[in-house]
Design a protein around this ligand. Structure first.
Ligand code: MN
Ligand code: MN
Length: 272
């Protein structure tokens, strides 16, 4: 799995997780890694980030093909193990989902090396349900599992526009810093001073920018608003995921290209 020439610091390991078994409403995100990696190499976009990092054949990026598992109930163990090997090797995981349930095993893997993780989480939804439709590992629940397992000391959520009474209670219980979309002013509202893990649910974006998701939630972020936050960060990014791209709902591949744009700017920052 390890690239022989890769330097241990700041190197990024990019891998796909084709998992959507814990999606509550529609399937489709399991198809995202294949579409993502195809679109990444289809020639429609160049390989330079806005901040001037050229990702093409970059010596500190390794691509691991989409990981696999024998049965869905073993997926989380494989995901956790993959991530723990990456971080123990001194590299940073950049995970292409998959539905949002995978962020829980990813953070378990990150915990093999990092304590007191700050998570910056972009989403229309807080994903804090104690259980959803009888499933405690649903894509509506990962941040409840992460916080009650003490896998993060701080959870900062941006883009949120679906809080209900239960999730407000859960946010209070776990001291989640929820930046609701209706109050969003820009990255200066954030106070991130520690190394950070970034989780981007594509439905944080307004459906006008990103229609290829399972849960269309109007009133969301622009691509530029998320890029502004990524570009503004002045702390190391220890890992990241981009989840909930649903190619079966996409139009002209436009949401896949949004995922690639976010990937490029994230990856460039992680290498820096
Ligand atoms: Mn969401
Ligand atoms: Mn989510």
């Amino acid at each position: 799995m390890t690239h022989p020439d890769i330097k241990p610091t700041n190197a990024v390991s990019v891998f796909g997780v084709p998992f959507d078994a814990y999606s509550s409403f529609l399937k489709g995100p399991a198809k995202a890694p294949l579409v993502f990696f195809d679109s990444l190499s289809n020639g429609s976009a160049n390989s330079s980030t806005e901040l001037g990092v050229d990702l093409k054949k970059h010596p500190h990026i390794e691509f691991i093909e989409s990981i696999t598992w024998p049965e869905d109930d073993q997926a989380f163990a494989v995901i956790e193990n993959t991530v723990s090997q990456i971080v123990e090797g001194g590299r940073k995981p950049l995970v292409i989902g998959g539905d949002h349930s995978i962020t829980y095993p990813v953070l378990k893997g990150v915990a093999a090396k990092h304590d007191n993780v700050t998570i910056l989480h972009f989403d229309a939804h807080p994903d804090l349900y104690d259980e959803f439709k009888g499933n405690r590992y649903s894509h509506a629940c990962p941040f409840a599992r992460i916080m009650e397992s003490n896998l993060a000391s701080r959870l900062v959520q941006v883009g949120i526009r679906t809080l209900n009474a239960h999730q407000r209670e859960q946010a209070q219980r776990f001291n989640v810093e929820v930046h609701e979309m209706r109050h969003w002013q820009g990255p200066e509202q954030l106070d991130i001073k520690e190394p950070v893990y970034i989780s981007i649910d594509i439905d944080a974006l307004d459906p006008a920018f990103a229609p290829g998701v399972s849960h269309l939630e109007p009133g969301g972020m622009s691509v530029r608003q998320i890029l502004d936050v990524i570009h503004s960060l002045d702390v190391p990014i220890i890992g990241a995921d981009i989840v909930e791209l649903n190619p079966t709902r996409d139009i002209n591949n436009m949401t896949a290209m949004v995922a690639i744009k976010l990937y490029k700017e994230l990856c460039g920052k992680m290498l820096g």
